[in-house]
Ligand binder design. Structure first.
Ligand code: ZN
Length: 56
């Protein structure tokens, strides 16, 4: 079993890299020329996976 300090360090690192990935995805989605596929409840961009609800 890993010590608490080690686990906390891992969690911190993972959170930072998760935030980085989310930022990258947001930038990608902001710059995408969307190509949506519609389902009954949502539409999703085939290229960047941006999901939009069709419920207003
Ligand atoms: Zn897109």
């Amino acid at each position: 079993m890993m010590a608490a300090n080690t686990l906390i360090r891992h969690i911190t690192i993972q959170r930072q890299s998760l935030r980085q990935l989310e930022t990258q995805l947001n930038e990608l989605q902001a710059n995408c020329t969307h190509q949506f596929t519609e389902t009954t409840t949502h539409r999703e961009c085939e290229k960047c996976r941006l999901l939009e609800s069709l419920h207003y």
